[in-house]
Design a protein around this ligand. Structure first.
Ligand code: NAD
Length: 439
């Protein structure tokens, strides 16, 4: 198969690289000439474990190229994937489809021979039909079908998720398009990964329903954590006890500072908006959005009370600012709410993050970037763990405590315990949904 990938971001690049690893001929296209130039030099513009190796292997095999020439890539393709961004539209919570529709028009003008135009971006129900109409209007003679193929990869584990997916969802309107999609995913089909074929609307809905469900699960445990703090239970023990129930499962059941990232915040917003437009309010999702916002703000209160009720003039060492470990993605990271609030209250903030700095520098003005947790802790008044990078899981707490002006820790990912803290001489410890040690 010859594949054109339109949009070479987190999803487009990983998908393009993995499709080429399946043996297809792939051209990855992007509007951003800087990104394409980097890729052409063999450099990977994002941090994603393992991506560089698979990319290099397929470039060397001649199956993977990068280009800004959309018409050239589309004209030669059997399947064209749209993998551009669908951020929240300013003001109304809708998914902004302007990038998708602009790509659809550009694709329409370049179509040559039968082509399946596949939307991989997360798009509201009805968008694939709109894409079809746009293409039809722009190029009435084009021989094409549309397909919906939402992506479920997780940043930080994207290659594994793409190569060994729980399922692949393919929404189509006819067998002709289904056959092309079956060819595209043949290597997965042969290895018995479930390929679920649906209509266009159901495929679009599956993606939103799945993300909203996961966001709900996280938010549910965060709310339980808050109650645990009040009534003296330990959310880690509660999660374990709940998660062993096969009907519930232990994933996405870790209390923390609230969900963030490039998907959950915008997809829950878009689903809520879809519900409002259809006069079927998504009441659970709307509450999840609200509780998640409160959860992030609650973390600021936690840090403040750890510091005796006021962070003004205090030095805080923040470990981790990306929305989760193993990515450099800062989109909607809880840190973007929490750190500015602390700065606004007069704190001095030092930040350590293994990959977050290139993205984070512009987003977190006023912080000092440090490359090591022990340096960050020097004379600090409190240490705040915001992202559970592996590098932060086995810190020498005694060494940290000795360096700090006051040994206090806000462990907002629950990676240590009250016992660990006490043993290390940390006199103030707060976690999420667990008992605290008074400062
Ligand atoms: P991104 O912002 O990282 O990448 C989008 C890329 O598209 C950018 O490089 C941009 O320059 C390019 N682009 C925009 N318009 C273009 C055009 N007309 N022609 C060529 N290139 C164009 O976005 P992302 O995180 O990869 O997300 C893409 C889509 O996939 C979104 O709808 C998102 O919801 C969905 N998704 C993302 C993830 C994730 O983990 N990031 C997971 C599943 C689904």
């Amino acid at each position: 198969m010859r594949i054109a990938m339109i949009g070479t971001g987190y999803v487009g690049l990983v998908s393009g690289v993995c499709f080429s690893d399946f043996g297809h001929d792939v051209v990855c296209v992007d509007l951003d000439p800087g990104k394409i130039a980097m890729l052409a030099r063999g450099e990977v513009p994002i941090y994603e474990p393992g991506l560089g190796t698979v990319m290099a292997r397929n470039v060397a095999a001649g199956r993977l190229t990068f280009s800004t020439d959309l018409p050239g890539a589309v004209a030669g393709a059997d399947a064209v994937f749209i993998a551009v961004g669908t951020p929240t539209r300013r003001g109304d919570g809708h998914a902004d489809l302007s990038y998708v529709m602009a790509a659809a028009e550009d694709i329409a003008r370049a179509l040559a021979g039968y082509t399946v135009v596949v939307t991989k971006s997360t798009v509201p129900v009805g968008t694939n039909r709109e894409v079809r109409q746009t293409i039809r209007k722009t190029n009435p003679a084009a021989d094409f079908d549309v397909a919906s193929n939402p992506e479920f990869l997780r940043e930080g584990a994207a290659i594994e998720d793409f190569m060994r997916p729980d399922r692949v969802i393919v929404g189509v309107q006819n067998d002709r398009a289904a056959e092309v999609m079956a060819e595209v995913y043949r290597p997965l089909f042969l290895r018995d990964f479930p390929i679920v074929t649906t209509d266009l609307e159901s495929a679009e809905m599956i993606k939103y329903a799945a993300n909203a469900f996961l966001a709900t699960k996280i938010t549910f445990i965060n709310e339980i954590a808050r109650l645990c703090e009040r009534v003296g239970a330990d959310v880690k023990q509660v999660s374990k006890g709940m998660g062993l129930d096969g009907r519930i499962g232990n994933k996405f059941l870790h209390a923390g500072p609230g969900y963030g990232g490039s998907c959950f915040p915008k997809d829950t917003q878009a689903l809520a908006r879809m519900g409002q437009d259809a006069a079927v309010p998504m009441q659970i999702t709307e509450t999840v959005i609200k509780v998640n916002d409160e959860t992030k703000r609650r973390m600021v209160d936690k840090i403040t009370s750890l510091c005796g009720g006021n962070v003004n003039g205090k030095t805080l060492a923040v470990l981790g600012v990306t929305f989760k470990p193993n990515t450099d993605d800062m989109r909607e990271a809880p840190a973007l709410t929490i750190v500015p609030a602390l700065l606004g209250a007069g704190a001095r903030v030092r930040v350590v993050d293994p990959q977050g700095r290139p993205e984070g520098e512009a987003l977190l003005p006023g912080v000092a970037w440090v490359d090591d947790p022990y340096k960050a802790a020097q004379n600090a008044d409190a240490l705040v763990i915001l992202t559970e990078w592996n590098e932060f899981r086995a810190l020498d707490l005694k060494r940290l405590a000795r360096r700090m002006a006051t040994p206090r820790m806000a462990d907002l990912r629950n990676i240590y315990s009250l016992k660990d803290a006490k043993q290390a001489g940390i006199t103030g410890y707060t976690a999420v949904g667990r008992r605290d040690l008074e400062a």
